[in-house]
Design a protein. Sequence first.
Length: 204
Amino acid sequence: MGLGWRPALLALLLGLGGGPRAQEQLPQESHNLNWHKFSGFWYVLAVASDAQGMLPHRGQRKLGASVVQVQEVGQLKVVLALNRSQGCQTHSLILRRDRKKPVFRNTLRGVEGFRVMVPDYSASVVYLRLGRAGRTTRTLLLFSRQPTCSFLSMKKFINACEALGLASRVAVLPKDGEVWAALPRGHPEPLGSRPCAGRRDRGR
């Protein structure tokens, strides 16, 4: 059953996080993820980040969107559209799998790691590490196939936020907000979505 997340309920989830135990509950990246099954369109329902400007202001929060595509063995194309504090921004990146770890990178574009921490094909927690000039930032994204998610899925996201020390840097995006999406050509847009009007970055 989908839930519309309100501040009081989010505060309750944060209170249930378990404090000192949260580090033990940090989910590990999945070695057995079926990337073809994971591919496709995702709504972004929540964001937690220590990156400056990543979180939108309260009056500007809209559902984010992402499309994940398997380009070839060991290579992903990820399009991510979020309404950040500077407005709507869309990034398109080609990521390559690490030879030893279940993580995808593009160090030339500053992506140190893109990994799925909760391997659920209906709602997943994605961990994104960005790094440039010796500075690394951490971002958690709650992906969902639907514009809402279950209490359990949100709880897993909050647990991961607490484990990474990001619980005070969480923005839950409203289910009734517009969807900002910039999708690869030929991929159907979900009902009610709009193209992102912001700047588009293309990566290789």
